[in-house]
Design a protein around this ligand. Structure first.
Ligand SMILES: Nc1nc2c(c(=O)[nH]1)N[C@H]1C(S)=C(S)[C@@H](COP(=O)(O)OP(=O)(O)OC[C@H]3O[C@@H](n4cnc5c(N)ncnc54)[C@H](O)[C@@H]3O)O[C@H]1N2
Ligand code: MOO
Length: 400
């Protein structure tokens, strides 16, 4: 099977991902999900002209003073009357402007003696200053966010401010993560020399924690066709099953035959990237299987490039793929071979990138020192320090 270019492999995977059913959840509970429909404003914000500062509300046609202070408009307690020329109303930040007022003079620019208020500012007061006009943040019926937008802290506040108690979002995907390999020890404190502590499953579960989903961990499972098939069968009620290891061409690499044994149909296998070449994707009805390579760095990189976008797509994200950002190189990079390379790198104090000490796909010590993946095209010439490169942020699943 020919190696697929990364873009094409991602496209093929995302084409298999139908967004999950819609449910309505309370607004704070929608954190990390994606809007299933556009967010419209059910009210205007501010709902009336409001003050942006603490001071005095006056009419824009009555700016010279002095004024008589005839009352107060506090947040939640509007002033009921309408000041006449020569009158002002004490006002606090966020409070509504009294009728007939369109200007706030900040209190630092005034002196008050009893109810008499004077300007002490060097210049004249300016009409319409320090006022948040009705609807200046948003107007009623405005489309505030398109469907497919991720709901973060600001979007939660916006939805509440726009008058929503609930939001329509997609239900979180259920995923099963299977560690497989005879060499894997479940207990890292009791690991014989011929064994390796199972770490990929926990790493993948931690990586997807940035995205709302239910994770079931399975294994470690032995390198036996029937064991692996039985492990896959345990994931039948899930939306996605993820395996790590056994994805390559060795005699004990059984994920492909186990997927076939279980009735899953292979969609593609092997992508032209380093690390992560043996990635495979299969489907069994609506259930998608993502076979990650066993090498820990390959597992992490392919989970980042394929599994996270898949979960976002199932949640209805408009932009499921991570976005790469430009960075300056602090060190030279070697040329790239015939597979697109995801170079593990650290961000220095100046915000520039240096590759970590080894790019070995088994080197977890080096992976743990990396904060980004530099995206290097296949066949690229050496890149000298100072050059701009594109890189994906690893933290929290990156910027999508
Ligand atoms: N003749 C060839 N050999 C290999 C090729 C190839 O094209 N031809 N591809 C290489 C590449 S690239 C990769 S990546 C690896 C991936 O192989 P597998 O997916 O079959 O992974 P395993 O052989 O099962 O394990 C590799 C390595 O990773 C460790 N591992 C596996 N699972 C876990 C886990 N859950 N937690 C921690 N560590 C794990 C395992 O012990 C091995 O050391 O194949 C190359 N070979
Ligand atoms: O692709 Mo493998 O992941 O080069 O080590």
């Amino acid at each position: 099977m020919a190696l697929l270019p990364l873009d094409e492999a991602q496209r093929r995977l995302l084409a298999l991902a139908a967004p999950l059913p819609v449910e309505r959840v309370d607004v704070p509970g929608a954190l990390g999900r994606y809007l299933a429909e556009p967010l419209r404003a059910r009210r205007a914000q501010p709902a009336a002209h409001a003050s942006a500062m603490d001071g005095y509300a006056v009419a824009g046609t009555d700016l010279a003073g002095p004024w008589q202070v005839i009352g107060e408009s506090a947040a939640g307690h509007p002033f009921p009357g309408q000041p006449a020329p020569g009158e002002a109303v004490r006002i606090s930040t966020g409070a509504l402007l009294p009728a007939g007022c369109d200007t706030v003079i900040i209190q630092e620019n005034t002196a008050r003696d009893g109810q008499t208020l004077r300007l002490i500012a060097p210049g004249p007061a300016e009409a319409q200053r320090h006022v948040r006009r009705c609807g200046s943040d948003f107007a009623r019926d405005d489309e505030l966010l398109p469907a497919g937008t991720r709901i973060g802290p600001a979007q939660i506040a916006l939805a509440l401010a726009a008058g929503h108690k609930h939001l329509a979002v997609r239900r979180p995907p259920r995923i099963a993560v299977i560690d497989s390999g005879d060499e894997l020890a479940a207990d890292p404190e009791s690991c014989a020399p011929h064994q390796v502590p199972a770490s990929n499953g926990a790493m993948i579960a931690a990586l997807v924690a940035a995205i709302p989903c239910e994770v079931r961990r399975i294994g470690p499972v032995a390198d036996r066709l029937e064991d692996l098939t039985a492990a896959l069968a345990q994931a039948e009620d899930c939306d996605v099953v993820v395996t790590t290891g056994g994805a390559s061409v060795g005699d004990h690499d059984l994920v492909r035959p186990a997927l076939a044994n279980w009735g899953a149909e292979l969609d593609f296998w092997k992508v032209a990237i380093r690390p992560g070449k043996p990635l495979m994707v299969a489907r069994r009805g609506a259930l998608l299987a993502v076979g990650l390579p066993g090498n820990p760095v390959s597992s992490m990189v392919t989970a980042y490039l394929f599994l996270l976008p898949l979960l976002r797509a199932l949640l209805g994200a408009a932009q499921p793929l991570a976005r790469a950002l430009p960075f300056t190189l602090a060190a030279d990079l070697p040329p790239v071979g015939d597979r697109r390379e995801l170079v593990r790198a650290a961000i220095d104090a100046e915000g520039c990138l240096s590759p970590v000490r080894t790019q070995d796909s088994g080197a977890l010590g080096a992976l743990a020192a990396a904060q980004v993946l530099i995206d290097r095209p296949a066949g690229a010439a050496p890149a000298p320090a100072g050059e701009t490169v594109l890189a994906y942020l690893l933290e929290n699943g990156g910027l999508a």
